[in-house]
Design a protein around this ligand. Structure first.
Ligand code: NAD
Length: 490
């Protein structure tokens, strides 16, 4: 079998040491790889490249399509962009996979039987970073959730479960509050779950789901989440497994994938042969599985489990009474190499199977191509920056002024809300209001459809009356379904 080219970056801090250790183990295990080395991180940043990665390095990544990356140091101070975010977004690495496993009784953990895989969406949500200051008082961050984005990540979670013989996929979301964005995620989850009858599917509102995961992680298997929830809860999951320093992760794209440890470059430990290479090593195991070299992945992973079980531990997981031998980075790697061919006895040995290669042309699409829906414009939310000096009760004054100035031409004001809570008509005096108002206009007769020209005319009347409009959002029906939420209390 021929070797597969991969791109490797040794990174900063402890990066070079843990990368050498990782490569030593997987090469000794027989990994069929040819390495192209690129430079990323601190040196590249400090040479004036704010992305931390040189243009020719992108060529290597595009060529090999597989990236094994050691942690890097992002220099302090402004102007330096996160390399991870740049690489993930530029290369479309939409799925972040993080197995969180406890190794009881060999590594201290509160949860002896934890084996949870977090599948986090990596491209959208509030991480689009579209933020604006809108008024004196209010900042906004847009949460964008797309149907293909949900389809990609949910399908990935079910495919992962299927390939890895996992029994259940759980979705966490907050669709009791975010009925449109998280509602879409939930809907797509239900649709795709129905295609995998052999895998149990369940879902939790993220708050109680997170609490349950932290309390009884043994009840979870694969958990799929949007970007922000996944960012937070994948750290929680890794931490409660007792093994942040031990966790690896994969960032999977349609064409290119990246594998790494979840920890950083630990600069204070650098150059002392102290660091634990296990996080990056477990990332490299995910890479070998991705490269369809399950024999090598299984051999190396079981040798690593045996090493942990034999109590050969680096300083960070060394515990008197449990551990047998405190070793450095190199010695740990050699201990794993010495155990190639052995399997753990107490911990469960891993098994990886070869996946039948599917020709590009025969692959099932991971997202659907949508037909355009029938879209009807039925109203508009006009957002105003307006302030009369009072945090209470101003909705009535604004509502009356706006009705007088802006109603007409087939449109009428139906509601004003302040940060989502209805304050007009019939608002409560008790509602705390800031200087950011959402004013909803809809058709003033039964003919619910309105035109873009009516919206433009409305904005002209609003402006002529001296109001500062800061943005609009159109209210549409898509194939007869409303594409907007009601105000709280509406
Ligand atoms: P860190 O993960 O580097 O270190 C946190 C703590 O964990 C430290 O006490 C460290 O000694 C210990 N630790 C981490 N990995 C270890 C290992 N393999 N073996 C033994 N001990 C280990 O986090 P930090 O100190 O907040 O960040 C240091 C630098 O890493 C920063 O520049 C940060 O930007 C960067 N960082 C990079 C990545 C990445 O490249 N993926 C991720 C996180 C942080």
């Amino acid at each position: 079998m021929s070797n597969v080219p991969i791109t490797v970056a040794h990174g900063d801090g402890i990066g070079p040491e843990i990368m050498d250790a990782t490569l030593h183990i997987i090469k000794e295990a027989g990994a069929r790889i040819d390495i192209e080395t690129i430079e990323i991180g601190e040196k590249v940043y400090l040479s004036g490249n704010t992305a931390g990665i040189a243009p020719e390095s992108w060529d290597s990544l595009r060529r090999t399509k597989v990236f094994l990356k050691a942690p890097i140091t992002t220099p302090q101070g402004g102007g330096f962009k996160s390399l991870n975010v740049t690489v993930r977004k530029t290369l479309g690495l939409y799925a972040n996979i993080r197995p969180c496993v406890s190794y009881h009784p060999f590594i201290k953990t509160k949860h002896p039987v934890m084996d949870v895989v977090i599948v986090r969406e990596n491209e959208e949500d509030t991480y689009a970073g579209i933020e604006h200051r809108q008024t004196d008082m209010v900042e906004q961050c847009l949460k964008l959730i797309s149907r293909p984005g949900c389809e990609k990540i949910v399908r990935y979670a079910f495919e992962y479960a299927h390939r890895n013989n996992r029994k259940k996929v759980t979705a966490f979301m907050k669709d009791n509050i975010m009925k449109q964005t998280d509602g879409l995620f939930h809907k797509v989850f239900d649709e795709i779950a129905a295609e995998y009858p052999g895998i149990e599917a369940d879902h939790w509102i993220v708050d109680i789901g997170a609490a349950k995961m932290a309390d009884t992680p043994e009840n979870f298997d694969v958990i799929v989440m949007q970007n922000l929830y996944g960012d937070i809860l994948s750290d929680v999951a890794a931490q409660i497994a007792g093994s942040v320093g031990l966790a690896g992760s994969a960032n999977i794209g349609e064409h290119i994938s990246m594998f790494e440890a979840i920890h950083g470059s630990a600069p204070r430990r650098a150059g002392q042969n102290l660091a634990n290479p296990s996080g990056l090593f477990l990332g490299s195991i995910m890479m070998l599985v991705h490269l369809n070299q399950p024999d090598i992945a299984e051999l190396a992973h079981n040798a690593w489990l045996k090493t942990i079980e034999d109590g050969v531990h680096t300083y960070d997981i060394f515990k008197e009474g449990v551990s047998k031998e405190k070793v450095g980075t190199k010695e740990f790697a050699q201990a794993v190499v010495d155990r190639l061919g052995q399997k753990p006895e107490t911990l469960k040995p891993v098994e990886y199977k070869k996946v039948e290669e599917i020709a590009e042309a025969d692959r099932k699409p991971i997202y659907s191509v949508l037909n355009a829906a029938k879209k009807e414009l039925v109203g508009v939310d006009v957002f105003l920056h307006w302030w009369n000096g009072s945090y209470y009760g101003a909705g009535t004054e604004l509502g009356q002024k706006l009705e007088a100035a802006a109603n007409g031409d087939g449109l009428k004001l139906v509601m004003i809300s302040n940060r989502g809570t209805k304050v007009y008509p019939k608002g409560f005096e008790d509602t705390f209001c800031v200087d950011h108002w959402r004013c909803r206009f809809m058709s003033d007769n039964d003919n619910r459809e309105i035109t873009h020209q009516q919206v433009i005319n409305l904005l002209q009347r609003v402006q002529a009356a001296g109001f500062d409009f800061i943005k609009t959002e159109h209210l549409c029906f898509f194939d007869g379904e409303p594409g907007f939420s009601l105000g709280q209390g509406q």
